[in-house]
Design a protein around this ligand. Structure first.
Ligand SMILES: [Zn+2]
Length: 72
């Protein structure tokens, strides 16, 4: 009975360790995705790098700010 319990504990420890390892791999994959998803584009006017989310698009061109894009 004690031997069986020890075996279960060992399996649990193995699973916890294995899960942690796989989680690390998942995290590194996610961080890579974040980098590729948040691409930086140079401003058409001043060439300042801006993320795709923050960039202002005027006539299909990317600008870092409204001032560069000529938007008032
Ligand atoms: Zn600019």
């Amino acid at each position: 009975m004690k031997f069986l319990l020890l075996g279960v504990i060992l399996i649990l420890i193995y699973f916890i360790f294995f899960r942690k390892k796989s989680k690390v791999v998942e995290n590194s994959k996610n961080s890579n995705k974040e980098i590729s998803a948040d691409e930086f584009i140079p401003c058409e006017k001043c060439e300042t790098l801006v993320s795709e989310k923050e960039a202002i698009i005027v006539d299909g061109k990317f600008y870092c700010s409204k001032e560069c894009g000529g938007v008032k």
